[in-house]
Design a protein around this ligand. Structure first.
Ligand code: F3S
Length: 400
């Protein structure tokens, strides 16, 4: 790879050991993917935060890196942690877990990372502009900022995103290049798309079929798509496959500016979402846990949830996960929701928290990504459907 003088100096140990380690990771990655050079980045989002996933080995790795003088050079935000940092006791999380989680976050803070603990940093101030090169490592956020905001990132792993933040550059390959942002598949959707669950079911079907390819959607029934529906579509395609960029005719910014379909693109037709719904649903009927907010809930979602829970008491436990900044700005909405017995939970989510230690058996959710991961990551049976149905399940304890 062709490196600048500063990049060479970092790599050869003429700066801090932390920068040297970062450049070693980035050069190795660049060589694997045939990058010719590095490109400066304007921000990073780092995943790999939950103590449930990292354990003591991950904690030591991060403490070592922080101890070697590494500091991020660009605004860098953090993915959800394994627990709500302020409210872990009420959620049933152990003291030991909460303490280890705090140590992990402290290691990131020592490197200058903002402890935002959210998978939706684009809603709370880390919002890259069209065409900006960044290094992000939360698959749902990668899909959203590439597709809906027109920023450019590869689907980084936690260490490579952190390395890019410390070096201020990332290898120039993959989705940073124009040529790789065109669609290899056209998806013609000819069914009613009513709510977020329909977009999750569609995301599952397409993610399973296309893996990491770039799809271009054409919806036969034109209807305004809410930003939250785009978030769930991208998140579910990223979980069921590894989609990092999608286009929607007349909706996403690159598709509005130019033709984003390759001449040899193949066509997939979707006339029915049942395949997605049945893959994401078990046949369980008793619900002891309801989880909303994957990706982290927006203010609009909190408003909708508050409206649906008004005057009701819930039977199952219910978490609505969001960014702390959103929770803090939500004012009376949080009280309105929590009057029902539900928790508005910050800093974590239903997948990266140690849910399997809390004794739940069946989770209802409106999130395609959470429905994909909960059986394998948390040992839960899942019922998947729209928000209204999930709220009913929380109130009755049943999926009907
Ligand atoms: Fe975010 Fe957790 Fe879902 S990190 S996208 S809420 S699995």
């Amino acid at each position: 790879m062709k490196l600048s003088k500063t990049e060479e100096d970092m790599l050869n140990g003429h700066m801090t050991p932390g920068e040297q380690k970062a450049m070693e990771i980035l050069v190795a990655l660049g060589e694997i993917y045939g990058a010719e050079k590095m490109i400066p980045i304007t921000s990073a989002q780092v995943s790999g935060v939950s103590y449930k996933n990292l354990g003591d080995a991950g904690l030591e790795f991060l403490k070592d890196w922080a101890g070697s003088g590494a500091k991020v050079k660009v605004p860098t935000t953090l993915n959800p942690a394994g627990t709500d940092i302020e409210n872990w006791k009420n959620l049933g999380i152990s003291k030991d877990f909460a303490e280890k989680q705090s140590e992990l976050i402290d290691a990131y803070k020592a490197m200058g990372v903002t402890p935002s603990c959210s998978c939706a940093p684009y809603m709370i101030g880390n919002a890259p502009r069209y065409g900006e090169h960044v290094a992000w490592s939360e698959s749902s956020a990668v899909a959203y900022i590439n597709s809906v905001m027109g920023a450019r990132t590869n689907r980084e792993g936690g260490p490579s995103a952190l390395a890019a933040a410390i070096a201020g550059v990332t290898p120039y390959y993959g989705l940073h290049l124009d040529a790789n942002r065109k669609a290899e598949l056209v998806v013609e959707v000819d069914c009613d798309m009513r709510d977020e669950a329909d977009y999750g079911a569609l995301g599952y079907i397409i993610g399973k079929k296309i893996g990491s390819k770039v799809p271009y959607f054409r919806f036969a029934k034109k209807k305004k798509i809410k930003p939250d529906w785009l978030r769930t579509l991208g998140a579910t395609m990223a979980a069921a496959g590894s989609v990092a960029l999608f286009h929607i005719e007349g909706v996403t910014p690159e598709a509005k500016r130019q033709s984003m379909v390759l001449s040899y693109a193949k066509k997939i037709e979707v006339n029915d979402l049942r395949e997605g719904y049945s893959a994401l649903n078990s046949d369980a009927s008793d619900i002891d846990f309801v989880a909303i907010g994957c990706p982290h809930a927006s203010i609009e979602e909190l408003k909708e949830i508050a409206g649906l829970l008004k005057g009701k008491k819930i039977k199952s436990d219910m978490w609505i996960t969001t960014a702390r900044k959103i929770k803090d700005s939500a004012g009376s909405l949080v009280d309105e929701i929590e009057k029902s017995g539900a928790h508005v939970v910050a800093d974590t989510c239903m997948i990266v928290a140690p849910i399997e230690e809390l004794g739940y058996k069946t989770m209802a959710t409106n999130a395609g990504k959470a429905a994909c991961y909960a059986p394998s990551h948390c040992g839960l049976s899942v019922r998947f459907g729209p928000l209204k149905k999930c709220v009913e399940a929380a109130v009755t304890g049943r999926w009907s």
